[in-house]
Ligand binder design. Structure first.
Ligand SMILES: [Fe+2]
Length: 212
């Protein structure tokens, strides 16, 4: 059988575009203890429930930081925050949710002081200017919207499976749960999906002083 060249998609790549470019996924020179991360996660879900961000399916968040002394600052839509998406065939961009002043989320919630997340938070905040720090749940066989965020995000995968990928622009990457720390360029259009049969759990922090 011969392949009809009319049926072959011509990607029309320029010479320097023929190799996928993973520069929107930057592994940091920093590593945490994955067993301790998983133990700390098990510890907090004994008493805390994931917030669905105001009714978003297959998504959950537990905030680890808040506005000082303000428990309401981590509830509902504030567990999500503003993003931009292209929801329909027009391709027109719209904004969703509410604007959040990330810099105000400076207090590590004292309920978690006796977990490994406190040590992780102290180390991270000595190296980066952080906004909200959250434990994010992505349920099995689910995806986010195609969207962009106001700032880059720091990821520490805690529980994952090979079917969990993040897609930025046209490049997809799996981030393993081995204690590694990644900063991803969420200011570009992106998505994350969990094609496995187990929850995906990441620690995700907004990073306010990281330039791509
Ligand atoms: Fe995002």
């Amino acid at each position: 059988m011969t392949i009809d060249s009319k049926n072959v998609v011509n990607l029309d790549l320029k010479k320097n575009e023929k190799v996928l470019n993973f520069s929107d996924f930057q592994k940091q020179n920093l590593k945490f203890d994955i067993a301790k991360l998983q133990e700390a996660y098990m510890q907090i879900i004994q008493t805390k429930k994931f917030d669905d961000g105001g009714g978003i399916s297959h998504f959950g968040a537990i905030c680890l930081t808040r506005k000082p002394g303000d428990p309401d600052s981590v509830k509902g839509q504030k567990a999500r925050g503003i993003y931009w998406t292209k929801p329909d065939k027009s391709g027109k961009e719209v904004s969703r949710d509410i604007n959040i002043d990330e810099a105000e989320y400076s207090e590590f919630i004292p309920d978690y002081d006796n977990t490994y997340f406190k040590e992780v938070f102290d180390t991270l905040s000595s190296k980066y200017k952080l906004g909200r720090v959250r434990i994010l749940l992505k349920e099995p066989r689910s995806t986010l919207s195609w969207h962009r965020d106001p700032e880059p995000r720091l990821h520490i995968p805690i529980i994952t499976n090979p079917g969990c990928l993040m897609v930025i622009d046209n490049v997809a990457k799996h981030m393993p749960a081995d204690g590694s720390v990644w900063i991803t360029n969420n200011t570009k259009y992106h998505n994350a999906f969990n094609g496995g049969e187990e929850n995906r759990i990441h620690l995700v922090a907004c990073v306010l002083d990281y330039k791509f």
